[in-house]
Every structure is written in C-alpha cells, then in structure tokens.
Design a protein around this ligand. Structure first.
Ligand SMILES: Nc1nc2c(ncn2[C@@H]2O[C@H](COP(=O)(O)OP(=O)(O)OP(=O)(O)O)[C@@H](O)[C@H]2O)c(=O)[nH]1
Ligand SMILES: [Mg+2]
Length: 289
C-alpha cells in the first residue's frame, strides 16, 4: 500500500555501490522533495555517508538497507498505541485542520472498536461546517453506532456533554468526538476546542484519553506548525496520519515526530472503513524503498 513513498529517494540509490558527492546532493534533494525537513535530510545523509565510508557498504542493496534502517531508527521511538485502558467511556477528541481526514478517521476507529465488540458513541462536535453532522451520521449508519448531535451552529461543548451523558447512561465503552476543521490560527476556534476539553475533564474526572491530531500525509513542513498549535491548545496525545496511500512522499513523519515528540498511533491507507492500520516504523521503513 505504501510502495510509492520515497520513490525518487530509492531511485537515487539504485544502481549505486557507493555514495559520492554528487549522489549525496541528489539524495538530500530527493529526501527534501519527499517532505523530509532539511535538517533531518542532512542528518540522514550524513549518517549514510559515515556508515558507507566506514566500509560497510559495497553494493546498492546495502545502501538501501542503510537508508531503511536510518528511517526505522528515527521512527521506532514514536510508535504508539491508542489509550484504551482508561475507565469507560474512553474519550477521544479528534482534531485537525480542514479536510485532513478527521471524520473518515473517526468512522474507521468506530468500525475497529465496534468490530472488537465495544459500544461506541460518536459526538458530532463539528457544528461549524454545513453537512458535517449528516456526514458523520452517514458513517455511523454504516458502522452501526450511535451519534449524539445537536443543530448546526450549536456549542460543540454542549454536544460533548450530551455524548458523555449518553455514554454513561448506556454504559458505552468509547466516545469519539468530531471537531470542526478549524484553521489553527483562528484563536476563537482553538478556544472552542479548549472548552470541549474542559467539559470532558469535568465529566470524566480526567482529560480526554486521546487528543488525536489528524495530519494529512500530503502536508509538508506546515504539519509541524499545525501540530504545535493544537498541542498548545489541548495537549495532543497522539497523531493519526491520514491518506498515506495517496502520497509519494511521507517524509513529514520524520520531522513531525522529531519536532513534536508525539507518538503516531494510527495510519489511514484508503477511504474504506477497513483502511486504518496501527503505525509500524518497520513497515513504514520497509515500504519507503
Ligand atoms: N485516499 C485516502 N483518502 C482519505 C483518507 N482519509 C480521508 N480521506 C479522504 O479525504 C477527504 C476528507 O476527509 P474527511 O474525513 O471529510 O476530512 P475532515 O478533516 O473531516 O474534513 P472537514 O470536516 O471538512 O474539516 C475525503 O474525501 C476522504 O475520503 C485516507 O486514508 N486515504
Ligand atoms: Mg469532518
């Protein structure tokens, strides 16, 4: 599924037994083009160069393997799993800018939990965009779970309150809240998010168990900026990478984890309910070249 990632990076190394000045520059450029930040690209290239020079590299395959390992080592510390251990209802706020894949990721999560035999309630916390509530409802119908919603324009914190109330009454295992695709620079929208967060804290006696930030895999270095803003607002506990199937890049993951130090928990690899997988640094590294 991830075969297209880093295509050009692999091509730079293919047919080479060693690195020379020219191929080093080419490799660095290819990494940056695959959305790896310049400092991280330089680090990786330096690491490869050192290892190559220390004599461990004599053929193309070993060079590719070194690159694979460099990527793996960087991502392995950031393999995370969703926090499902808390007292029910385990509560998740799903965050992110417009169109990154929040609602789809919520549907996939709901499907996974439902399949595991859990009772799931969705909170229609995006009361801002027209048709957002209907979209969530349509997904819920397919999954077979309940949605708690109010009218468009309603206070998302009130929707959150209702959903937690319903979850408690029903004995639900998980509540997943959709949120508006807010521009992270809009202060009032961030404030709205903090308010939702406070409602969860008051109702559950603890902050939302996951504040899951969805990042579109096609987003370049701006993803880091998005991450910082949301982290500052509500403290992000995990990252979901959406649309990894639709990018030939994916280098964002390397700088994102390094800069934010927040684990990646799930990865979206398609538009179907089944297309959500746990994040595996090994699989990612193997897929890139
Ligand atoms: N190929 C692919 N497409 C995806 C994936 N996840 C989401 N999409 C698509 O991305 C588009 C936006 O997804 P949504 O889930 O509506 O995104 P959102 O963040 O809720 O958007 P807003 O509510 O408008 O902010 C849709 O066309 C989805 O089908 C994925 O993993 N792979
Ligand atoms: Mg949405």
């Amino acid at each position: 599924m991830l075969k297209g990632l880093f295509r050009r990076v692999g091509n730079v190394l293919r047919g080479r037994a060693t690195l020379n000045e020219e191929s080093i520059d080419e490799l660095e450029a290819a990494l940056v083009q695959a959305d790896v930040s310049v400092p991280v690209a330089m680090e990786i290239v330096e690491q490869l160069q050192e290892q190559a020079e220390s004599g461990r590299v004599t053929d193309e395959e070993s060079l590719l393997a070194l690159l694979r390992d460099a990527v793996y080592e960087r991502l392995e510390p950031w393999e995370g799993t969703l926090n499902l251990a808390a007292d029910p209802p385990v509560t998740m706020l799903v965050l992110g800018v417009n169109g990154v894949g929040k609602t789809t990721t919520i549907a996939k999560l709901a499907y996974a939990f439902k399949t595991a035999g859990m009772d799931v309630i969705l909170a229609a916390g995006d009361t801002f965009r027209a048709a957002a509530i209907e979209q969530l409802q349509a997904w819920a119908n397919r999954v077979g779970c309940q949605v708690i919603a109010q009218k468009m324009g309603a206070d998302p914190a009130a929707v959150m309150f209702d959903a937690l109330d319903a979850a408690r009454a029903r004995g639900s295992d998980v509540v997943i809240a959709d949120t508006a695709g807010r521009l992270h620079t809009k202060i009032n929208l961030m404030e709205e998010l903090r308010k939702m967060s406070r409602i969860v804290e008051r109702a559950n006696g603890r902050p939302a168990d996951e504040r899951l930030l969805v990042i579109d895999a096609n987003t370049g270095q701006n993803a880091i900026n998005q991450g910082r803003q949301f982290h500052q607002a509500v403290g992000v506990t995990g990252i979901a990478i959406a649309k990894l199937d639709s990018t030939a890049k994916g280098g964002t993951l390397l700088s994102l984890t390094q800069e934010l130090e927040i684990p990646i928990k799930v990865v979206g690899v398609g538009e179907r309910l089944e297309d959500l997988i746990p994040f595996s640094a090994r699989d990612f590294a193997d897929a890139i070249v």
